[in-house]
Design a protein. Structure first.
Length: 152
């Protein structure tokens, strides 16, 4: 973990708060190359009635079409451990480094990412966990519906 990791995670947390302010699930992500944010996004499942607008997917889409080599220089920062779909996208685009805010609320296939050569760093931040836990406590039906959708 570096000071840059903390600074970029703060940007991902801001994205999570954007989602919450829009009535969505508070998960955010930023894509960084050469210490510059080149894409940012947040969970937009509810806001857009989408089945795929997870924070990481929104972030990558907002980065635009990059060259394959560009992704290989990136780190993606996400407030929550990436799910199977987002992990697949990370592997597809060969993003070599993932920094997560926490993995207690939901743990994606982290071992799979690591076994495919992805460096994974868990900052284990109380702020990320608290933000999502408060949302889940206020919206258990919405959260449970999303979890059932992908883990049934």
């Amino acid at each position: 973990m570096t000071e840059e990791d903390i600074q970029f995670m703060k940007k991902a947390i801001l994205e999570a708060r954007k989602s919450l302010n829009e009535g969505g699930i508070p998960i955010g992500a930023v894509l960084v190359a050469d210490n510059n944010i080149i894409g940012s996004g947040h969970n937009r499942l509810l806001q857009t009635n989408s089945t795929i607008k997870h924070a990481e997917m929104d972030c990558i889409e907002n980065a635009g079409r990059l060259k394959g080599l560009d992704y290989k220089k990136c780190t993606i920062y996400t407030t929550l451990s990436p799910c199977e779909m987002c992990s697949g996208m990370i592997l597809l685009y060969k993003i070599p480094r993932v920094v997560i805010g926490e993995n207690i609320t939901l743990k994606g296939p982290e071992d799979y990412l690591q076994s495919n050569g992805v460096e994974l760093i868990n900052l284990n931040l109380k702020e990320c966990k608290s933000l999502l836990e408060k949302y889940i406590n206020k919206n258990p039906d919405i959260w449970n519906d999303e979890i059932e959708r992908v883990h049934d």
